[in-house]
Design a protein around this ligand. Structure first.
Ligand code: NAD
Length: 432
């Protein structure tokens, strides 16, 4: 991906990196941030590109490209996921690592931003091929990974199993055990109780806090959730438990709609009835008293609160004017384009930005790391209580600033996040 300088500013052909840079520059200009600091924060501190040779089942060797980017370690070790996918590039990892810097900063946790990945088609690899690929990748990024330097976590197409392979390999190289070097581990292997629900819990907490501030009774609120995966399903469940009516849920098979309320517990049971194809588990759920609508209709049904928890870019120039909800909380990363948000803002809708609304995941990872460093494990109640408290405080911080300065919540969140990092970069100086 080509990088270039336009009017003294860094730009990229990679959409994710370029969007991250433009959002950063817009907020930095509004803050009158020093140009030197702007330049420093436009680039990652470190990017490691590795080759990942894998012996395939047929004995042939295939070499994949892998990356690990540390955008900033100003506030502490860098933190961010490792993703597998055909589209993964170094530039994409740079953009995502930058977003992690702002997410961690805004959440008030002691981390900078990182991201990594391997360009591969994970669905075309056998389990053993994936194991060899994960272990070799782990070994090649090992020099920059550690509990006080860079702490990976699962991301697209990676989970607890990949984390165990990577950690096991690095621990063998180190010659000692070091569970705090990465998060998202299985519960019985130094993982944290509560982590599975953490992103949904954080998102639902933001939704309920917004209802409280606006004087809205949860039991009178209609909610639609796009995507019934990890984030969407727990968001729907927790909001239903708080009294809201979940009128629609969706996955890649369609939208399941019931204006009187979906039985979310039943949807969970339905998804787990048998090990279905990931992302398609609601197939046939209309039999449980719902109407089946088109795949994107979860975005457009009549509701007060909308939680897009599936894909990026779904609320855009073409779709935003069909969204009826007045409150949109971004569970997915970047579900609203800049053009889509202008349309929503113009009609007075409130958008709670992804790096505030879905930060429950990284906050939960921070709790896992903290427990690992202590060698203690918390109860699920303690984990949930701390998560809810932190998310509520962060939500109010962003809300109050947005009200005070009369800016959108996204702009308010960016300014708060950039300020914490830039203050520390300025304090520490350029020899970072
Ligand atoms: P997931 O794979 O568990 O679930 C995604 C869901 O979206 C599935 O139900 C899938 O069927 C559905 N989906 C996909 N395409 C769709 C479409 N076109 N229309 C309707 N539904 C569709 O993923 P997840 O972990 O829940 O993550 C969802 C989003 O949240 C992603 O953008 C991810 O980056 C972001 N996110 C996740 C976490 C986390 O902790 N899991 C944290 C922060 C952000």
């Amino acid at each position: 991906m080509a990088d270039r300088i336009v009017n003294g500013r860094r730009r990229s052909d990679d959409l994710i990196l370029d969007t991250a840079l433009r959002d950063f520059y817009d907020a930095a200009d509004e803050m009158h941030l020093n140009e030197g600091l702007i330049s420093m924060l436009s680039y990652p501190e470190r990017r490691v590109d590795v080759s990942v040779p894998v012996e395939l089942e047929d004995g042939k060797i295939k070499v994949f490209k892998g990356y690990r980017v540390q955008h900033s370690t100003a506030l502490g070790p860098s933190k961010g996921g490792i993703r597998y996918g055909k589209e993964v590039t170094g530039a994409e990892c740079e953009g995502l690592a930058m977003l992690m810097t702002w997410k961690c900063s805004l959440a008030g946790i002691p981390y900078g931003g990182g991201k990594g990945g391997i360009a591969c088609d994970p669905t075309a690899l056998t389990l053993r091929e994936k194991e060899r690929m994960s272990r070799t990748y782990g070994a090649r990024i090992a020099p920059i990974i550690g509990r006080w330097s860079d702490i990976p976590a699962p991301d697209m197409y990676t989970g607890g199993q990949e984390m165990v392979w990577i950690m096991d390999t690095i621990c063998k190289m180190l010659g000692h055990f070091e569970p705090a070097m990465l998060t998202g581990k299985p519960i019985d292997y130094w993982g944290a109780r509560g982590r599975t629900e953490a992103t949904g819990r954080g998102l639902a907490t933001c939704g309920l806090e917004l209802m409280r501030i606006k004087g809205l009774d949860p039991s009178k609120m209609k909610v639609s959730v796009q995507g019934f995966g990890n984030v969407g399903s727990y968001t729907a469940l927790l909001l239903k438990q708080a009294g809201a009516t979940i009128v629609a849920i969706s996955d890649t098979t369609g939208t399941y709609y019931n204006p009187k309320g979906i039985n979310v517990e039943k949807a969970f049971e339905y998804m787990n009835r048998e090990p279905g194809v990931r992302g398609k588990r609601l197939e046939g759920f209309e039999k449980e008293g719902c109407e089946k609508l088109g795949i994107s209709d979860a975005l457009f049904v009549d509701c007060d609160f909308l939680f897009p928890c599936a894909l990026q870019g779904v609320i855009n120039e073409e779709t935003a004017n069909k969204v009826k909800a007045n409150y949109i909380l971004e569970g997915a990363n970047s579900p609203t384009t800049q053009e889509g948000e202008v349309i929503l803002n113009d009609r007075g809708a409130i958008v709670v930005p992804d790096f505030l609304a879905n930060a429950g995941g990284v906050v939960g990872s921070y709790f896992e790391w903290a427990q690992n460093l202590q060698g203690l494990s918390w109860t699920e109640e303690e984990y949930n209580e701390r998560l809810t408290k932190l998310m509520t405080e962060n939500f109010n911080k962003v809300w109050n600033y947005a009200q005070d300065k009369k800016v959108t919540m996204r702009r308010s969140a960016y300014i708060a996040a950039i300020k914490r990092v830039s203050d520390i970069v300025a304090l520490r100086g350029v020899y970072l």
